[in-house]
Design a protein around this ligand. Structure first.
Ligand SMILES: Cc1cc2nc3c(=O)[nH]c(=O)nc-3n(C[C@H](O)[C@H](O)[C@H](O)COP(=O)(O)OP(=O)(O)OC[C@H]3O[C@@H](n4cnc5c(N)ncnc54)[C@H](O)[C@@H]3O)c2cc1C
Length: 407
């Protein structure tokens, strides 16, 4: 365990009775915003636990693998004064004792816990060879592996990207623009986050840049140098990159807390765990009412702010507010010069309109820059983050889809 910030004894603190101790698990978009916003009060001691000493700007990982951008940022400018960064991983939450066990063997006590462990890549066990021979781009360590594998290969080597969600499309496009011979295997659904015209626009760009797009084809097996399609056809693949969706850490379920079927912590509409009022979940790892929002950086910042507001309300003895944000469509980069901003209704359903070309690329670039800029601003001025509201969601009882299993 290493840390920067004020050195202090974490257990048996004498100020425990007068100060409020909040531990934030995960220093991504949601966790950093939550930690910074908690500084609205000056009687809160805040620790952020994160496995790395640097923030991973995940929205740039497809660029990182293609060598067109770096994807890490130092926490010095992202965490406000006085916030302690604990470089470690939480291994278990003991809700009854209000204590988090860390991989290093240390433990942190808390008055409130913000569960912001985010998401990562998910490779299905059902596809033989996928876990052994395919590499995902959705998290830092695997993205580093993809980059170093690419550095070993000639540009003519066949590269396969599996999955045609935003991560798959952006990765295929970024690599194709850099001269790689890319095949995109779409699976059942092609570019689900885009409307019809947006899909056609992206399809045309990919075709013009030499990407072989296999719509409706699924991967049945991955081998070290090939993929086998579900229909039996074999395609050479020097590197297979897996992007079919995100999974979440098992921490909540392994700690006996209720989750949805993916493992996101089940909360009410104030982001409070249905099992424990002292635990608040946010970002990709939260499932409010069992109806999680689309996993996104767009949602993670506002959800981080709302998680902090819930903790601040509980400290103040006031009723926390229900979440209120609107996700309004995605933007994708198609290499460095072109992008697409898919317009959507306030409920995130894509419409026919989109902004493409250089303007689409500028919007995407600005959106990525803003993700980090907003964290910095919240670090300097807690409470500054604003977002598009969609109105509170209709009340529904929280659906428990999977009971946690005490470790
Ligand atoms: C290539 C790519 C492009 C993307 N583009 C976009 C985009 O254009 N727009 C958009 O809205 N979204 C985009 N996303 C999705 C977006 O990055 C995620 O939805 C977002 O990162 C979620 O934020 P978060 O704070 O919930 O989690 P994360 O950013 O995943 O942060 C969670 C943090 O918690 C840490 N953690 C995990 N387990 C533990 C533990 N046990 N103890 C302590 N810490 C732990 C993780 O290491 C990580 O640092 C993209 C994702 C990828 C991979």
């Amino acid at each position: 365990m290493s840390r920067f910030g004020p050195a202090r004894c974490l257990e048996g603190m004498s100020e425990h009775n007068t100060r409020h101790r909040v531990v934030v698990l995960g220093g991504g978009y949601a966790g950093t915003v939550a930690a910074n916003r908690l500084r609205i009060r000056d009687d809160v001691d805040i620790s952020v636990v994160n496995p790395r000493a640097e923030f991973v700007d995940r929205v740039r990982l497809h660029q990182f693998v293609a060598g067109t951008a770096e994807a890490t940022v130092g926490y010095e400018s992202l965490l406000g004064a006085g916030i302690e960064l604990v470089v470690d991983s939480a291994t278990r939450i003991d809700a009854a004792a209000r204590r988090v066990q860390l991989g290093s063997g240390a433990a942190l006590d808390y008055d409130y816990l913000v569960y912001a462990v985010g998401s990562g890549s998910a490779i299905p066990e059902s596809v033989p060879g996928a876990a052994e021979f395919a590499v995902p781009v959705g998290e830092w360590e695997s993205a580093q592996r993809v980059r170093s594998e690419l550095e070993r290969l000639p540009r003519s080597a066949p590269v396969t990207v599996v999955g045609s969600g935003p991560t798959g499309i952006e990765t295929a496009a970024e690599l194709a623009e850099q001269g790689w011979a890319v095949t995109l295997i779409c699976g059942g659904t092609t570019m689900p986050s885009l409307g019809g015209p947006g899909r056609r626009y992206v399809g045309k760009w990919l075709a013009e840049h030499g990407v072989t797009v296999l719509e409706g084809e699924r991967v049945g097996e991955v081998r070290p140098d090939a993929v086998l399609l579900a229909g039996g056809a074999e395609r050479a693949s020097a590197l297979t990159i897996w992007t079919t969706g995100f999974g979440v850490p098992e921490l909540a379920a392994a700690s006996g807390l209720r989750t949805d079927e993916l493992g996101r912590l089940l909360t009410d509409e104030t982001l409070t765990s249905v099992d424990d009022e002292r635990i608040v979940a946010t970002g990709d790892a939260a499932a409010p009412s069992g109806r999680p929002l689309r996993m996104s950086c767009q949602g993670a910042g506002p959800l981080g702010a709302q998680a902090a507001e819930t903790v601040l309300s509980r400290i103040a003895g006031t009723e926390p507010k229900r979440i209120d944000l609107a996700l309004t469509g995605t933007c994708l980069s198609l290499g460095r010069r072109v992008g697409i901003r898919q317009l959507a209704r306030r409920d995130d359903i894509p419409v026919k309109l989109y902004i493409g070309g250089r303007m689409g690329a500028r919007i995407k670039e600005m959106t990525c820059d803003l993700g980090v800029a907003k964290i910095r601003r919240e670090a300097r001025t807690p409470g500054s983050l604003r977002w598009v509201k969609g109105g509170p969601r209709p009340e529904q009882p929280a659906r428990t889809l999977r009971a946690g299993s005490p470790a």
